[in-house]
Structure formats: C-alpha cells, structure tokens
Design a protein around this ligand. Sequence first.
Ligand SMILES: [Zn+2]
Length: 293
Amino acid sequence: MSRKLLYAGLAAVFAFLAAALFAQPPAGRGRGRGKADPVEKIRQLKPNLYLITGGGANTVLRVAPEGLIVVDTKNPSDENFMRLMEEIRSVSMLPVKYVFNTHHHPDHVGNNQKFIEAGATVIGLDALKSDMASDPRTKDIPGRPTQTFAKDYVLAYGGVTVEAHSFGRGHTGDDTMIYFPDLKVVMVSDQITDANPIVDFANGGSAVEWTKILDGVLQLDFDMAIPGRGEPKTRAEVQAFRDKFASLIDRARAAIRAGATRDTLAMQVNTSDLGWTFNAAFYGSLYDELTKS
Ligand SMILES: [Zn+2]
C-alpha cells in the first residue's frame, strides 16, 4: 500500500515536471534556436558530398575541384554561420562559390547574406525571392537570391553539375529540388518529413499539388533523398511518403463527396494509420483547395 502511494506520488511529481517542461515556450522559435538546435558535426554522405544537420535545417555541401556549393544556410544567427563555416572548413578550405536555397523559410535562407559578402552567388527561384520579400518571417532577413530562375536551372561548375527544379507547389509556393546527378542524390527539403508534413498555405503552399513535386523527384535517377530535417531517405521511402500523402488527399476528396463541409472535414478524415495529425486550420485550407473550381 505504502509502495503504491509512493509510486502514485512519484508519478504525480513526474507529471508535474513534464507539464512544466512542455509549458516552456518552444525553444525552436526565433533567435534562440542556435542554442536549442546546435549545428552538428559535418558528415560525409557520398564522395564530395556532406551533410550538416542542426541550426534549424539541414545544410548540404558539395565539394567541386575549385570551390564549394552549399544548399541552405540555416536560421539567421552569427553562431549558426560561424559553426557552419567551422564544419565546412574541417573538410575544405576552398571558397563557397554558390549557394542554393530549397525554399524561402528562415531556417533555409537565414545566413545567405554572409555567404554573399564572402563572394558567393545565391541561386533561387523567382518565387522564392518574392516570397522571402513578402513573408513577415523573412522580409527583414538580408540575402535574397542574387541569381534567380523561373523553373529549372543547371549549374555547371568545374566539372560538377547541379540541377535545381521546381515541380510545383507543396510545402510552400517556392519549393526547389536540388539534384546532384553524378551522385544520385536529391535534396528534397521539407517536402519529405519525419513528423507531420506542413503546408504553408499563406505562402503559396499546396496540399493538393504536394505529390506532384514528389512525382517529379521520382522521375530523377537517385538513391538518396535528403530531407529538410532528419536523416537521408531511400528512394522507397520517398515513394512511400508520396503514397501516404496521396491517400490523405484521396480521403479528403471522398469525404467532401460524401457531404463533409469545411467545418466537419477534420472529423471525417482518419489519418491515424498514416501517423499524421492535422489541425482544423489545415483541413479548412485543404477544403478550400479541393472545392475551388
Ligand atoms: Zn520550411
């Protein structure tokens, strides 16, 4: 009995501590992120290709014979940039010549300006540049792309080819897939997630077009896909994620055909087997997307 009471007491204490812990404001927001999500040690994925996690989002480094190509520049902070360069310098002293951005969110473009000041060209989609200028979260971040393109771009630099492709709207309205054909690697960014996928409807994102981007990716010859956060994925994992997303859209369509309204759609689409949960705002925007003519 007394042991039972002790356990109950401990459980209450732990519940209280857990509640206190989770009541803290999310550490991942804003300028404090550098400390909560430190830039990690650089790792080699393939010959001349490296991954640096942390600092908000994954950064990819491609070493070319005469210079470096970087994909995504993490959340804005001197600390993140310093740590990122420290890791880059641990594998190469060549100058960073080109930076690609996968979309306009702060954790992907945050330190562009510092690379520009060091002599790099920042290459991004036209829509990425305009979304970065208009999104309240990024409009004051310096370092918009210095070279833009409408849909596809091929960089040939020192014998290395890097392709950038816009296959449609998904996570945002300016998602860009960065492809290294010789290594069979594609950076898919936040178009593939370990947690719930997030659609930035306010900045051109689309749930309905999401799979179109992954269909474009699956047309490429690759065996490794690098997400915006987390570990690299296989081709089969990209296919499985695409199919899960297609199921979500199919179910929402079917529910609307069966009479679901903007307010009831959330209750009439079951995603528990997909491992995803979405809030009412998501279903409202999804309803709008599926019912607009
Ligand atoms: Zn994002």
